[in-house]
Write a protein that binds this ligand. Structure first.
Ligand code: KG4
Ligand code: ZN
Length: 347
């Protein structure tokens, strides 16, 4: 943390298929986003049904400098005014991470600026600080993304401890795999939540794996299998499935039932952890935190418990660089020569 009362941090992110740069000003502990540019490669990877690592890295190379340039221009900030560079060094796709990291290291050298290496998963959690709401400790954060599903106990601003995680698939991965199964496109999360709006969440009785287990871990691969069997079964039963209306109803009902099951488990385990650890604040983060049902369910449940609830704006849940800058605020700068990518980094 800096002793200066106002500092400006540039965040740089390239761990998966989003190239992002943002400028964030921190003044008297308050965060202000000056610019937040995200260049998404979704259209490129859509046709493959998932992110192709080498294709992602090549596109980061093309995008990274224009994205940084746009972030500086939109924020009306010259490099000389920047106090710190914050860059993701893991977890993520190795070659994608390298593009952002090597660019940031070059800028640190050329601009003569301190650089902080940021853990992408910690950054999802620190997106909550961008909301500038009071955070009382201890806090519990549910971090749900495409590659991770974790419960983090936060004792103070920089003391984070993982207390639960998925034993198989991540929640976002389950959304993506179910969407693939239902042939509704990529990425799965936004597609499923959109179709679920017209479906019946009680239409299918799906498994809620580990909802009653004593620990704070999750499992989503059983839920995915449960969707597979229920879907195949009902396709066989529905004689008129050839009629488009019938097949659309079936898909919408499945989306709603799956989403409900996933949210039930995520909310139940978060509440269990909050109660167990005596949390005063509950937070949400990661791409799946953009899910409206999850946001509404958790907020309502936490309100009933009279605890403080904080969540980032939807646009700050999915990958972005403002969260990298926020996390970089809490991270000590290190010698750029010593930073290496770490694709398997954990909290
Ligand atoms: O955090 P994120 O942007 O990237 C990773 O670090 O993985 O998360 C991406 C994940 C994807 O699996 C995507 O399907 C999911 O977040 N996601 C959603 C929604 N928006 C994105 N899942 C459920 N509902 C959404 N609205
Ligand atoms: Zn992410």
């Amino acid at each position: 943390m800096s002793k200066k009362s106002k500092i400006i941090i540039i965040g740089i992110e390239s761990s998966c298929d989003e190239t992002a740069a943002a400028l964030v000003e921190i003044k008297a502990g308050k965060f202000k986003i000056l610019s937040n540019i995200v260049s998404s490669q979704i259209k490129i990877h859509k046709k493959y049904g998932g992110v192709v690592p080498e294709v992602a890295a090549r596109n980061h190379i093309v995008n990274i400098l224009p994205v940084i340039d746009r972030a500086l221009t939109e924020a009306k900030i010259k490099p000389a005014r920047i106090d710190k560079i914050a860059v993701t060094f893991g977890p993520g796709l190795i070659t994608s991470l390298m593009v952002g990291l090597e660019t940031a290291k070059t800028l640190a050298f050329v601009w003569k600026k301190p650089i902080a290496a940021v853990n992408h998963m910690k950054a999802h959690l620190y997106a909550n600080w961008l909301a500038n709401q009071a955070i009382k400790y201890p806090a519990i954060c549910l971090t749900v993304s495409g590659g991770h599903t974790e419960l983090i106990l936060i004792k103070n601003q920089t003391n984070l401890k993982k207390v639960g995680q998925t034993v198989d698939d991540a929640a976002g991965e389950a959304f993506d795999k179910v969407a693939k199964l239902l042939e509704i496109g990529y990425p799965g999360g936004p597609m499923i939540s959109r179709l679920a709006q017209t479906g019946n969440p009680k239409a299918f009785k799906l498994a809620r794996p580990m909802i009653n287990s004593k620990d704070f871990n999750f499992s989503f691969s059983g839920l995915k299998t449960s969707v597979l069997y229920a879907y195949e079964n009902s396709k066989l039963k529905t004689k008129n499935l050839k009629l488009k209306a019938n097949s659309c109803k079936l898909t919408a009902d499945m989306c709603a039932s799956f989403q409900q099951a996933a949210v039930d488990v995520l909310a139940a385990k978060t509440i269990k952890a909050a109660l167990h650890f005596g949390a005063k604040t509950v937070m949400l983060s990661g791409g799946v935190a953009a899910n409206q049902l999850l946001r509404e369910t958790l907020q309502a449940e936490i309100k009933k418990l009279k605890l403080n609830f904080v969540m980032p704006d939807k646009s700050l849940c999915t990958d972005n660089a403002a969260m990298i800058a926020a996390a970089g605020y809490f991270e000590k700068p290190i010698d750029w020569k010593k930073i290496r990518v770490n694709p398997n980094l954990s909290i």
